[in-house]
Design a protein around this ligand. Structure first.
Ligand SMILES: Cc1cc2nc3c(=O)[nH]c(=O)nc-3n(C[C@H](O)[C@H](O)[C@H](O)COP(=O)(O)OP(=O)(O)OC[C@H]3O[C@@H](n4cnc5c(N)ncnc54)[C@H](O)[C@@H]3O)c2cc1C
Length: 428
């Protein structure tokens, strides 16, 4: 792919991160109420798009956090290249868009409330009525999956797979480590939030070590034998970091069996590693509320109708983002936002007594291999003949291998542009 092609693709990506425009349903039900749980990439995008396309529908958004700290770009914070404030977004922009925002946690729901609609129960004791409910709770970490790795252990061996306090623990532990130490990142098997995320993290930690603690070593202990943008990452690591980074696939070390936070030990089927700083990314499942409401099936993820995002298990409840099984779409913020917008159109149609239109979706995942070295993968998706979300053949692509430094610099710039535009679009 040429630099021109990259530029064109970037423009397409950023244009599509802007308002998602489809035909507006003729008559959305005036006075209809939609409650949205979670103001992350999926929920906030859905709430905002719904207000834009059907202002007669009342939208209430429930979110316990006063500020959303994004996982995208949190790897820069961990590597000391950005401050946490630069990835934190308040909810006033959503209020200004006409959404009622309630700072609370949803704890239960009666979705089948008859003609009067359903009700959502909040931890603070309140209730929110709705005609349709959207649940976008993100992920929960499975603290029952790795021996010795529970929530208490994550204070010593942070996962940093939900951004905020965990991001800062990992950053502080890296800063406190002496030069010559060993950092280990344990990566789970699929599926998990952000397939290329662990490798971007490895890249930026390698950059930190190379520039600040060059006698140190980084081990990437993987639960897989192949990963997203693998050739591009491995090329970049060889070019920028040499032997500082060592990737250990599952066929070499075996699956992760357990950890001992007090000793810094990571035990796999065939090996035992000792790390000064251990970043353990455990297996995941849909956020707790999805489990409580009976939306999650076997494996802990939620199955939905890909056209409307209505749960296949609980009618009238739509589920979005990382919590769902979305066919070929990855669990990414861009994908979650694209789903949120498509779901808003489906909700407006359904509440107006119409059938939802066939949606299409987009995703671009940028990763920084170094501060001035970006790579990406982009895809367009639609519901295919299988009834599942499929990638449209020939509509996507990855960055070229062996590209000139200017191409990598441009992609790093596009990554920053993507972050600025999508966060302004959602929370601005
Ligand atoms: C290190 C890292 C880097 C990443 N980089 C990228 C990237 O470059 N590009 C990209 O596209 N994606 C990236 N991702 C993935 C991205 O963060 C997720 O895919 C995205 O956050 C999913 O959006 P979501 O709305 O499903 O979940 P979230 O964004 O996690 O939002 C869920 C929200 O629901 C709220 N919530 C949960 N339970 C309740 C409840 N009971 N009541 C009320 N609210 C509740 C939570 O507080 C949260 O705000 C990255 C992820 C990681 C870990």
């Amino acid at each position: 792919m040429t630099a021109t092609a990259l530029t064109r693709r970037h423009l397409i990506g950023t244009a599509l991160a802007a308002p998602f425009v489809l035909g507006r349903p003729a008559a959305a039900a005036a006075g209809a109420r939609v409650a949205v749980v979670g103001a992350g990439f999926a929920g906030a995008s859905c709430a905002r798009a719904l207000r834009r396309i059907a202002p007669e529908i009342a939208v209430t958004l429930i979110e316990p956090e006063a500020r959303i700290v994004t996982c995208p770009f949190s790897n820069l914070v961990i590597a000391g290249m950005a401050e946490i404030d630069s990835i934190s977004h308040g909810l006033d922009g959503l209020r200004a868009a006409g959404i009622e925002v309630i700072e609370d946690r949803a704890v239960g729901a009666d979705p089948a409330g008859g003609a009067a609609g359903g009700t959502l129960a909040l931890a603070g004791g309140g209730q929110v009525g709705f005609d349709r409910l959207v649940v976008a709770p993100g992920i929960d970490l499975r603290f029952d999956a790795i021996a010795g790795y529970d929530e208490a252990a994550s204070a010593i061996m942070p996962h940093a797979w939900k951004a905020g306090a965990q991001t800062l623990i990992l950053r502080d532990r890296l800063e406190a480590m002496p030069d010559g130490g060993t950092v280990a990142i344990a990566v789970p098997a699929n599926p998990y939030r952000c397939p290329p995320g662990p490798y971007e993290r490895a890249s930026l930690i390698a950059h930190y070590l190379k520039t600040r603690k060059p006698r140190s070593k980084l081990l990437v202990i993987d639960g897989k034998d192949s990963f997203s943008k693998q050739g591009l990452f491995l090329d970049g690591w060889a070019e920028l970091y040499g032997p500082l980074v060592e990737w250990i696939p599952v066929s070499q070390a075996g699956s992760l069996l357990g950890v001992d936070p007090a000793k810094g030990e990571i035990v796999t089927e065939f090996s035992r590693f000792v790390a000064d700083v251990a970043n353990i990314i455990p297996p995941q499942r849909a956020g707790a509320l999805a489990q409580t409401l009976g939306l999650a099936g076997e494996g802990g993820w939620c199955s939905v109708d890909p056209q409307s995002f209505e749960s296949l298990l609980v009618p009238g409840v739509h589920v979005l983002g990382d919590a769902i099984v979305a066919g070929a779409m990855p669990k990414s913020g861009f994908a979650a936002s694209s789903q949120g917008k498509a779901c808003a159109h489906a909700l407006a149609a359904l509440l107006g007594g119409q059938a939802p239109q066939a949606p299409s979706f987009i995703n671009t995942c940028y990763s920084l291999v170094g501060p001035e070295y970006g790579i990406s993968v982009a895809d367009v998706f639609r519901v295919g003949g299988s009834g599942k979300i499929e990638a449209v053949e020939g509509a996507g692509g990855t960055s070229p291998r062996g590209a000139a430094p200017e191409v990598r610099r441009d992609e790093a710039r596009y990554a920053r542009g993507w972050y600025a535009s999508i966060t302004a679009d959602i929370w601005g």
